[in-house]
Design a protein. Structure first.
Length: 120
């Protein structure tokens, strides 16, 4: 199975070969603003094509780089950096085709307070 996540203009494309078991909706200060649904992958399992370098935002401890298409502005993925205990490439599943995203359960994570899943 090929999972494609593509920004609106097509400049940034991510590919993976397996569906994630779930995608995560997080209410932390940044995720609630982005409105992303996160699909977690090992970096080796995702191929990233950027026709132009993406824009990057990081803050605080600077252990996460959020990547945005430099043309259309879509938040396509984030990557862990400087943290050997958490090596992930995390795709914004909102960039996937709706028919694919519909197959994946959404889990709700309380990144704002308890740091636990709060599925309804
Ligand atoms: Zn784009």
């Amino acid at each position: 199975m090929e999972i494609n996540a593509i920004c609106h203009c097509g400049q940034v494309e991510l590919k993976a070969s397996v569906l994630p078991p779930s995608v995560t909706s997080c209410n932390c200060s940044i995720c609630r603003r982005y409105g992303a649904l996160w699909a977690y992958y090992s970096p080796a399992d995702v191929s990233i094509t950027e026709q132009q370098p993406s824009s990057v935002y990081s803050w605080g401890e600077k252990e996460i780089d959020f990547h945005f298409c430099s043309n259309c502005g879509c938040l396509t993925h984030y990557r862990s950096v400087n943290n050997p205990k958490f090596e992930r490439t995390v795709i914004n599943a909102r960039m996937m085709e709706p028919a694919i995203l519909d197959q994946i359960p959404v889990r709700y994570f309380d990144g704002a307070e308890s740091w636990e899943f709060i599925d309804k």
